[in-house]
Structures are given as structure tokens and as C-alpha cells.
Design a protein around this ligand. Structure first.
Ligand code: NAP
Length: 285
């Protein structure tokens, strides 16, 4: 598996997104554990999760617990960087809410530490700006967690260029990652991707295949992806991940998966190299 960097940490060039294993339509635990184990067996050393990846009000952190269990039962998971997030909540009625207050972020981080069973979280990301809380105050809380050693690295998510610059400033230049939506159908985060490249910060595209439940339609909606996939004898999803990975050496897609076959196929995108003409065609698609 080719590798890339998040801060000083070398990780697989394709990560695993844990969300589909814990929200609406989630599979049973055995299939989820098999999916995470398949990722590890394929050489994936970066897993994205969040305390908010759960379904019911009383199963907060479902995905974190699942990942911790899968790593414990695999044996080879000690080199894996687990990235979690705080600041999003799911009250249990299907909605997503936010709380970016420093008090909440501290409590959320402590609970994630317990669920993940670690002394320090590898990468902790502020999930989504909270309009009720000044952005610098939320990031200040993440900065405190970093200074106290509760988290090893700090990231942000769903941030615009101004917020990226502000977060990096509040963190004294220690911002290591930005996780924004980016896919063939959703390209408006391209300026943030470019800014991350210029700053040497990892850019983690979320929903890279169009989002959970919609990824299977990628080929039909974007014919050039299917066309190039056919020429290489691979899936359109693999072409999609290779295409966005070619945009910058700081891009590390995190395709969400709930089946072993999905992550096996997606992980192989790390080895797929597209030529300039193919990339130009996909850029224009
Ligand atoms: N920061 C944020 O606000 C935010 C928001 C949303 C998501 N995320 C993160 O980003 C990750 C990815 O986003 P996402 O899960 O919403 O969407 P996605 O990665 O675009 O799509 C996920 C779906 O793609 C399917 N898939 C994966 N690899 C495939 C392949 N090679 N061939 C065919 N289908 C494939 C999976 O199917 P199966 O389920 O059948 O395996 C899964 O349901 C999430 O898991 C989560 O970690 C972050």
C-alpha cells in the first residue's frame, strides 16, 4: 500500500470511513468487524470515525467502540491511526446537531478516549463549526487538549479557507488535517484542497464516492469514470479515488464501507495511477 502523511505520521494513502457501519442501514456487528479486519488486511492504517456515528440516543460512540473492538481482535492494528471527531451530536431522532462549546468538546474527548481505550487520541477533529460559538473558542478547546497530551494531533472538518487559516493560527501552526466533502458531484471544496496543499496539511475528502447509499450510482452519473474504469478493468469507485488522490500528495480519501469487498476494492485505488489525459477528462466531467 502506498503511503502519505498526516503531520509526521505515515498512513495508507486510502483510509477507511467508519460511518456506514453505525448509522441508518448499518450492518450487524460481525459484518462490521469483518469489514474493518479486511481493511487492515489490505494495508489500511488510517480509520476515520466520530462520536456522532451512531443511531440511537443511547449508543453514542457506536462506531468508535466498533473500531476499538476490531483493532483489539485483529492483532495487527497497533500501527493504525484512528481519527475521531467531536462537536456533532445525534439526539436519536435522525437529526444531526452541533455543540462547539469548549465544555462539550472536552467532555466528548474524554468519552472518546475511554471508548477507544487509549491514553491519547491519534487525531482529534473538530467536526463542524457551531454558529453559536466563536470558531476560535472551539479551536482553543482543541488546542488545550493538544497541549495536555490528550490528543496527539489536531484536525478540523467542514471548514472554509478562512477557518482553516484561523484554526492553524490558534493551534500555533499545528493543524495537520482538514476533512471536507469532496467527490465528482461535489467539487466546491477544491479551493480548500489547494490551500491544504500549499500549507502542507492533509486534506481528507469525505463522501468521496458521493456519500453513503449513493456510491453505487457513480458510474452511471459520471460516464467518464465508468469509461476509464472499463479501460483499466477496475471499478469506477477505484478510478474516482485515484483521480482525487492525484490532485495533491496531501489528499487521503476515506471511503466509507460496510462490506469487506468495498474496502478491498477501494484500498486498491492507492496503486492505480491515471495518466494526464485521463485526469484532464475526469476534471472536466
Ligand atoms: N466530516 C464530516 O462531516 C463527514 C460527513 C460524512 C462522512 N464523513 C466521513 O467520510 C466517510 C466517507 O463518507 P460516506 O461514507 O458518507 O460516503 P462515501 O465514502 O462516498 O460512500 C460510502 C459508500 O460507498 C460504498 N463503497 C465504498 N467503496 C466502494 C467500492 N469500491 N465499490 C462500490 N461501493 C463502494 C460503500 O458501500 P457498502 O456500505 O456497501 O460497503 C458505502 O456505503 C464516512 O464514512 C465518514 O468517516 C465525514
Amino acid at each position: 500500500m502506498r503511503t502519505r502523511y498526516i503531520g509526521p505520521v505515515e498512513v495508507s494513502a486510502i483510509g477507511l470511513g467508519g460511518m456506514p457501519m453505525s448509522i441508518e442501514g448499518r450492518p450487524d456487528e460481525a459484518r462490521s468487524i469483518a469489514t474493518i479486519h479486511a481493511a487492515l488486511d489490505a494495508g489500511v492504517t488510517f480509520i476515520d470515525t466520530a462520536d456522532a456515528y451512531h443511531l440511537y440516543a443511547d449508543d453514542i460512540g457506536h462506531n468508535e467502540s466498533l473500531i476499538a473492538k476490531a483493532l483489539r481482535t485483529h492483532g495487527g492494528g497497533s500501527d493504525v491511526l484512528v481519527a475521531t471527531k467531536g462537536g456533532h451530536l445525534r439526539p436519536g431522532d435522525g437529526s444531526w446537531t452541533v455543540d462547539g462549546s469548549p465544555e462539550h468538546l472536552r467532555r466528548a474527548c474524554e468519552a472518546s478516549l475511554t471508548r477507544l481505550g487509549v491514553e491519547a487520541i491519534g487525531l482529534y477533529q473538530f467536526h463542524r463549526p457551531d454558529p453559536k460559538v466563536p470558531y476560535a473558542d472551539s479551536i482553543g478547546a482543541i488546542c488545550d487538549l493538544l497541549d495536555e497530551g490528550k490528543i496527539r494531533m489536531a484536525g478540523i472538518s467542514n471548514a472554509d479557507q478562512e477557518q482553516i487559516r484561523l484554526a492553524n493560527e490558534v493551534l500555533d501552526g499545528r493543524l495537520v488535517s482538514v476533512q471536507n466533502q469532496f467527490s465528482p458531484a461535489f467539487r466546491s471544496s477544491e479551493p480548500e484542497l489547494e490551500l491544504c496543499h500549499d500549507l502542507g496539511i492533509a486534506f481528507l475528502p469525505w463522501g468521496p464516492l458521493g456519500g453513503s447509499g449513493r456510491a453505487a450510482k457513480l458510474g452511471s452519473r459520471h460516464a467518464p469514470f465508468a469509461q476509464i474504469a472499463e479501460a483499466h478493468g477496475v471499478s469506477p469507485q477505484r478510478v474516482c479515488l485515484a483521480w482525487m488522490s492525484a490532485k495533491s500528495s496531501f489528499v487521503i480519501p476515506i471511503p466509507g464501507c460496510s462490506r469487506p469487498e468495498s474496502i478491498q476494492d477501494s484500498a486498491a485505488a492507492a496503486e492505480l495511477v491515471l495518466d494526464d489525459a485521463e485526469i484532464a477528462l475526469l476534471d472536466a466531467a
